[in-house]
Each structure stands twice: as C-alpha cells, then as structure tokens.
Design a protein around this ligand. Sequence first.
Ligand SMILES: [Cu+2]
Length: 478
Amino acid sequence: MKRRDFVSLVSAAMGTSILGSCRKDWIETEALHEEMMTARGGGTVLTRYPLKIPTVVSPSGLILDSKLSTSDLGGGQFSNVWAYSYNGQIPVSFPGPTIRANRGDNVTIQLQNHLPEETITHWHGMIVNHENDGHPMHAIPPSSVAIPLSVLDYNYTINQRAALNWYHPHPHMLTGKQVYLGQAGAFIINDADELALGLPSGEYEVPLIIRDATLDSAKNLSYKPSAGGMFGKIPLVNGTISPYLAVKRAVYRFRILNGANSRVFGLALSNGATMKLIGNDGGLLTAASDLTRIEMANGERTDVLIDFRSILNGTNIMLRDLRAGWDLLEFRVNSASEGSPVSLPAPLSTIIPLTGPVTTREFSFDAMSKINGKEYDMDRIDWTVPFGVTERWRFKANGNGPHPVHVHGASFQVQSRTGGRGGLPFPWELGWKDTVLLEDFETVDVFIRFDAFRGKYLLHCHKLEHEDMGMMANFEVI
Ligand SMILES: [Cu+2]
C-alpha cells in the first residue's frame, strides 16, 4: 500500500460520511450511546456484560494466528474482528491472549498471517534486537496459493524488569486498522523483585485494555478514520461493551493499557476515591502515589491498586473516563468479609536515574504526518545513536496534538515538560517509560540510553493514524 492509497482511503472514508453511509453508522452508534446515557439518568437499567478476561498463555512455543473471525462483545453481540487465535484454539481471542513470562525466559512465538494483507507483530515495551522487534520492514505477506502458510518466527530472551507490555501489529500504513479491528494483547513480565512484594495476584490481578470503537449498523467494528485520528463512539474494555466486574471487599491490582488508536483517557473512580499508582510502562515506580485522576495516552500503561475493603457489600463503583465523560467499567462489590490490607515497602523499587547526557537531539512533531519536517521512509535512516551513551531527546508538538511519542529499543526517563501542561513530570511519567504524551505545543525532555542492542529502531507518534500517515522515523544504534 502506497501512502497516497492510505490518504485516499482516509479521504474516501471522510467523503462517504458526507454521502451518508458512514453517517448512518455514526447515527446507529450514537443511538446506542444515547440509550446508555438515558439508562444511566432514567428509570431503565442498562444491561451490563461480564468483563472478558483473556486467557493467560506462555510465550514458549506459542502460535499466534492473525485471522478474520467474529467475537462476542457481550451478551451475544457478535462483531467481525481481525484477531489472534492462539495455539489453534477456536474461537479467536479479542483482545489477544495475555502472555505471561518471567525475566530470563525464552520467547518462541510463531506469527501466522491469515489476514488479506501483510502484517507484523511488535512487542511494545520489550527490549529485543532489531530482528525480533516487529519493524515494518519485516512484515510478512498474507497466506496465499503461492505461500499456503505465511509465518514469522520470533525467538528472544526476556532480559528486563517486571512490567506490563503489550503486542500489536506494526505494518506500515496498516497499523491503525489492524489494531482497531482486534489485534492487541497484554504481555506481562514477572521478576523476583516484584514477586517479593506480595502484590495482589490471581483473581485479584486484572488486566484492563481500554479502547474505543464505532459499530456500524450491523454492529460490527467499523474503521473509518479521519486524518485527525480514529475516535470511536463507545468504550470497550477487554473487548467488552458496557462491562462489569464482580469484586470482593479486597485490594485489587489493575494492569491498565490504553489500547485505543487515538483517544486519551482521564481515569477516575465515580466515588472520588483514590487509586494507588504503583507502576507504569517500565514497571514499578520507586514510590506509590494516591491519585484521583490518571491520564493515559495511546500505548501507555499504568499499574494501580484499588482498595474495595471499606466499600459496603452490594455497592457499585464506576471506573470513568473524565475526558469523554464515559463510564468504562462497573465494579460490583460482592462479598461479606473483608480482605487483607496490602503493605508496600519504601522504596517500592530501585530505579537508577540516567544522568549526564552527552548529546541533545530535537524532534519536532509536525502537522499530522511528519517528524522534523519529514514523512516516514522505510529505507531512510534519519540519525544514528552511539551504543551505551545517555542522550537528551527533546520532543516538541507543533499543533495537531496530542502526539504520544513512542521509542523502540530502549526505555527513557522523563525530565521536564514546558508549554501546555508544563512543569514537573506527572506521577505516572516517573520511572521508566517508552511512551510519553505531548499535548499541543508542549516540549518534553527525556534521557535515553540504548545499552541492550545495536540495530535499526523506530521513533513514532502512537496516535496510530498519525503513525500510518508517516509520523515515524528510523534511527540506528551503532
Ligand atoms: Cu501524532
């Protein structure tokens, strides 16, 4: 697919909306949304569906088959999806299965492509060599008569701290569509340091992949982006419409990912209670923070404890998005007895600050498709970075934001923000990050050091429609 084809696809989608068919989808989804709103304010009770919890799998010998199928969004409302089936299981998993492994484990995953177009899987947050990173130059073609089974075998060892990472497609100009239609899953790394903390686990540790979607008149996921991004009309959590989760009067650990293409969320609880933030993209923070609101941009993760012990049995509490004014997930407190408290050590974790950057590089995120005035070119290396040296990377948003900036190949530490929401980094931006939010006209400085692998990696906007239009660059660690 050439860039002009992508642009014409976007233009066509926008044109269609004027002509009517997209408009119809929009009205249908709006009607559903209206129904939900009325239900909340009026006498009718909104039907909620149990939150889907993806199956947990090992990355050892895992087969992920990208394919077209259908998935139940709740209560038997099936939608067409492009999702992963794993190890030959039927049906597909939407979201993808939760991969869980320990530091030191070997990953052997085979990606199989049964989509009608090329694909490639990237392990967002995993520090792996270029060959395993899911760079778009390694995209594999669809299976066909000539290639009955098109596959890519990944093989790498996990050598990084405990964290919630995730996996999703990364083919150039097709990422937005493929992620939107259902290809994304959690990848949790555990390690001994984290295990020693005795954090809530098992049924008390719940991954939440939060995103948005628009359904067409047949109630199928409909991908019709505008140049400014894909903003769905309703939220989905773990691929579930209007979900609820029955919880005990206990402390829960929620591993949250903003898996939306373009939408930034402002998370809060409906009872105004605090959430205890303990970690983010790169794992545990040095100290926990009690917060009533947490902002999450596309690709960012947060690790929070929510304490339901003092909540009366039978009470419902909503996880909300204050930006869109959405109800995301209803917690239904349902137990008579009260669980144990969770005591956290201080410090929670050790993070050695990066210091003394030797170089400052500036990256301007321009319009909706350029970095430093250039659109992505698969064959162009825009800069080289010396291995093992700390650098200051300065990200600037020149309008058309937000731009969540994501770097492959290393984590970074946020130093400062000026303009916009200027000031100290937010609590969820401390520690190790791989994605940081730039709102319009903000400048964010990070320190970064590539000390794991040499090779070609990517810097890009994680608003997937910006990425697909070319807001992405290759660099090489030498
Ligand atoms: Cu952007």
